[in-house]
Design a protein. Sequence first.
Length: 96
Amino acid sequence: MTEPEFTATGVRIDRWPRSLTRAGEVRIEDGRLSLLTSYGSEIDSAPLGTVRAGRPWFAKPDEAVATMNGTRYRISGSGRLLDALKQATTKPPRRS
């Protein structure tokens, strides 16, 4: 098992208009972005090349909006998620 390129725990994940988890996890690993509940169950996952992410002008500094598989998520408390996504998409995925 490889080490994730980025992981953030204790993250709030919302799918408008409701909260999915207040203590979830965001993980970038093997060229995929995964959103997990506090229990480790997968909310959604997609290849990095298909994920659209950004920070709207009205969002707090630690918030991001990500669209995966046609679903829009608000991710709060993720720290450097946008920087990690940008870095991960500019380099090829790691091989085991």
